[in-house]
Design a protein around this ligand. Structure first.
Ligand SMILES: Cc1ncc(COP(=O)(O)O)c(C=O)c1O
Ligand SMILES: N[C@@H](CCCC[NH3+])C(=O)O
Length: 463
């Protein structure tokens, strides 16, 4: 079924929101490949498929809400990052975006390394067979147990985040009779253009050691004196969901400047730099993300240029994309439960999930797209707010979007680009049961994280 223009114009047109979604898209049934994963298509009968499987079939088998992850897309993105950076660089997938044993196995098979930021992520990585030397441990307050486990396992690097941690990791390595490879995380003083909660390179925040005032140079001095540490490089991560390469370029320049100072003061050239993750993805058709090869080219060129100017050998570069790999590869499937029209204002479409499976809209004012995926519709576009079922009026999944005006209970809606920071930030608010993650590939669907059950909740409640 194809749809015609909207002769009647959009419903609630008198209160169109500003910015994104300022008007309805030309075709509400079309799926923009920018925001949907690679194998998503609309069938001749109108239903959407992923990996060749119809969403209705998926909903029947796995229930809703559920996350559906396009395995081919994930693997292709891994390969694109790896190929773009080439053999002289390392790509560390940031597990905080989404981690499971299947993900670790895919990363392993595709030759990526893994950045973990907690004991839980480290345990998942090791349980799924990621070689310890390809794991980096992050965190601004790693516990003694987490550091001990990482050093014992032989992780390839621990990224030191504070003066206390320099000493803590050195002591633990000494006690275990090991020399731990470490990098020092610095804050380069860049204001990244993103939400303030996810910007991490300005000085007034909890992560890293400031370049300003010679703090980072002092951290290097202290780390070099400790036998338990092998200082291999400098790390910088400027924030997340960033489109503008300028912040990364300034960061690269300042990190190379520190390497130059280290060479001048200590007579050694640190062999590695890590420029973190943070590359933005498209959540709506208005977003314009950079491709891995553009990012690799821009970073490679700036590092090479700065090193040449300083007379330094070019260090081994690494990056830590999380969102840019997994974000676009999944969508969340919901079933519509109720529809409430506020005449002249907007229509609230309530689905069977909410802020417990996607907190990003409530937390960062994140923007998402949404589509009716169980059928096509020729109805006029209706300004909608897709909301969840939690006891909270801020329980919004998609703030402003157009859906066909005949959306009704029982319809399936899908929100694309939910692969990153949705399941990994999911909660049990209102004793919601966290949804499953289902990997889809070549006509086969396989649950990689099962749905929580009431028994799971009651098992934790021991008292
Ligand atoms: C140190 C570090 N590396 C990598 C990432 C991954 O960021 P993103 O998912 O935005 O690529 C983060 C999170 O922002 C981080 O804190
Ligand atoms: N969780 C955030 C990003 C923080 C990334 C971790 N440093 C998001 O959903 O955008």
């Amino acid at each position: 079924m194809s749809r015609s223009a909207h002769p009647a114009g959009p419903r609630h047109a008198d209160v169109l929101p500003e910015g994104h979604y300022a008007g309805p898209p030309a075709d509400l049934n079309a799926l923009d490949p920018l925001v949907w994963s690679r194998t998503v298509r609309r069938n001749a009968d109108g239903a959407v498929t992923v990996g060749g499987i119809d969403v209705g079939t998926l909903a029947e088998e796995f229930g809703t809400p559920a996350y559906f992850l396009d395995e081919d897309d994930f693997r292709e993105r891994c390969r694109a990052w790896k190929d773009a950076f080439g053999p002289d660089a390392d790509v560390f997938y940031a597990g905080k975006a989404f981690l499971s044993r299947a993900i670790v196995r895919w990363l392993n098979e595709e030759g990526l390394n893994l950045d973990v930021c907690s004991g839980g992520e480290l345990a998942t990585a090791l349980a799924a067979g990621m070689p310890a030397e390809r794991i980096a441990l992050h965190g601004n307050n790693k516990s003694t147990e987490e550091i001990t486990r990482a050093v014992e396992a032989g992780v390839g690097r621990i990224v030191l985040d504070s003066f206390q941690e320099i000493v803590r990791v050195a002591h633990i390595a000494d006690r275990l009779g090991k020399r731990q490879r470490v990098q020092i995380r610095v804050t380069v003083g860049v204001e990244a253009h993103t939400h303030e909660f996810i910007a991490t390179a300005h000085e007034d925040q909890k992560f890293g050691i400031a370049l300003a005032g010679g703090q980072a140079a002092e951290a290097v001095r202290r780390a070099l004196k400790l036998d338990g540490l092998e200082l291999v490089g400098i790390h910088s991560h400027i924030g997340s969901q960033i489109f503008d390469m300028a912040g990364f370029e300034v960061s690269a320049r300042r990190v190379v400047q520190l390497l130059t100072e280290v060479r001048d003061e200590h007579g050694i050239e640190l062999p590695e730099i890590d420029l973190g993750g943070g590359l933005g993805i498209a959540y709506t058709s208005d977003d314009d993300p950079r491709e891995p090869h553009e990012i690799a080219k821009a970073l490679g060129e700036i590092v090479a240029k700065e090193c040449a100017a300083a007379g330094l050998a070019v260090p081994r570069l690494s990056v830590e994309p999380g969102r840019a790999i997994v974000g676009p590869t999944a969508f969340t499937l919901y079933e519509v439960g109720t529809v409430k029209e506020l005449e002249g204002l907007r229509t609230y479409v309530s689905v069977d999930g909410g802020m417990s499976d996607n907190i990003r809209t409530a937390l960062y004012d994140a923007e998402y797209s949404v589509a009716l995926v169980s059928r096509t519709s020729d109805a006029e576009p209706m300004l909608s707010r897709v909301v969840g079922k939690h006891c909270e009026s801020g329980d919004i999944i998609v703030r402003d979007a157009f859906l066909p005006a005949d959306v009704a209970p029982g319809d399936l809606l899908a929100v694309p680009a939910t692969g990153a920071y949705c399941r990994s930030m999911a909660s049990n608010y209102n004793h919601a049961l966290r949804p499953p993650v289902v990997a889809v590939r070549d006509g086969a669907a396989r649950m990689i994280i099962r749905r929580e059950t009431e028994e799971d909740l009651l098992r934790l409640d021991v008292g």
